[in-house]
Design a protein around this ligand. Structure first.
Ligand code: PLP
Length: 287
């Protein structure tokens, strides 16, 4: 069934939606994005994603092309029109179509940003077989640019990381820089040692995950100890547990790193509990 998508103010069947070949998102990867999950037809952590979008745009000197209220309305409309029960809404904003290729940014008063949204249905988002089993990860060098706090559409290197993981028979890759784990290709990375949750502190080195913020808040509310600092692959391999967080995988256990089994090779109690708390609490707060 053809989806209804949103492009610059219009709802269109996906096959009728078009973007100019001069769009800077296409030519320069000059764009930012957000992915908001949908559970039971409701938006999870929408306010966090909207706030991070505003920050990404500001960091890149891009104008905010759509208000918070309109953004929420479009998300909701697409969920309804596409009958999404569980799934996600993808949102991308680019610096638009200046009508030519040029490294210099166009004047935003003459070239409005391009706004695109579409949905993807994922019926087993909660009861995911991958989450039930946990994932194996490999480590790869972090060769991305140094503004990883901005959620840009420059995802070629993370894609290469996923391909390296696939070639190795693993589910994902963790990036390593200066001997320490930064994050996963599309998620934040954590270990658990003696009951304490350890994850890298926020900086330009990692994306400020919206799921990360919520999970750390819920962990603190549940009296779980959290330490924000970097860790090495060796420390992770000898940890009691490891896990990742992202908008569409919530909390997912990591059961091996570069072939070394973590704990007993099954999702551990801390990861399982945090996944449960995150899903329960997020559903309560869903819009
Ligand atoms: N880190 C990276 C590099 C990501 O691409 C993502 C999500 O796409 C995350 C972390 C997790 O962020 P969030 O929890 O906001 O989905």
């Amino acid at each position: 069934m053809s989806r209804t998508v949103y492009v610059n103010g219009e709802y269109l069947p996906e096959e009728d939606a078009t973007i100019s070949i001069f769009d800077r998102g296409f030519l320069m990867a000059d764009g930012v994005y957000e992915v908001t999950s949908v559970l039971g037809g409701k938006l999870i952590d929408f306010d966090g994603h909207a706030a991070r979008l505003a920050r990404s745009l500001a960091e890149l000197d891009m104008a905010q092309p759509i208000t918070y209220e309109d953004l929420l309305a479009v998300h909701r409309e697409l969920v309804v029109r596409n009958q999404i029960d569980n799934g996600l809404v993808y949102l991308q904003v680019t610096r638009g179509n200046p009508g030519d290729r040029d490294f210099v940014f166009p004047d935003p008063t003459e070239t409005p940003g391009t706004v695109v949204l579409f949905t993807q249905s994922k019926p087993d988002l909660i009861d995911s077989p991958v989450a039930a089993a946990g994932i194996e990860v490999i480590s790869v060098p972090d060769l991305r640019w140094h503004r990883r706090d901005i959620k840009t559409v420059q995802l070629l290197y993370p894609s290469m990381g996923k391909m390296a993981a696939k070639a190795a028979g693993a589910g994902d890759a963790w990036f390593v820089e200066d001997g320490q784990v930064t994050e996963g290709t599309s998620n934040n990375a954590y270990i658990v040692r003696n009951g304490k949750i350890v994850t890298r502190e926020l900086s330009n080195d990692i994306l400020h995950g919206i799921t990360r913020a919520a999970v750390l808040r819920y962990a603190a509310e549940a009296q779980m100890e959290v330490e924000e600092r970097a860790f090495t692959i060796a420390e992770a391999q000898s940890a009691d547990e490891a896990f990742v967080t992202s908008a569409t995988t919530f909390v997912t256990a990591v059961i091996s790193i570069d072939g070394a089994q973590i704990g007993d090779g099954k999702p551990g109690p801390v990861a399982r509990r945090l996944r449960e708390i995150y899903i329960d609490e997020s559903l309560k707060a869903a819009l």
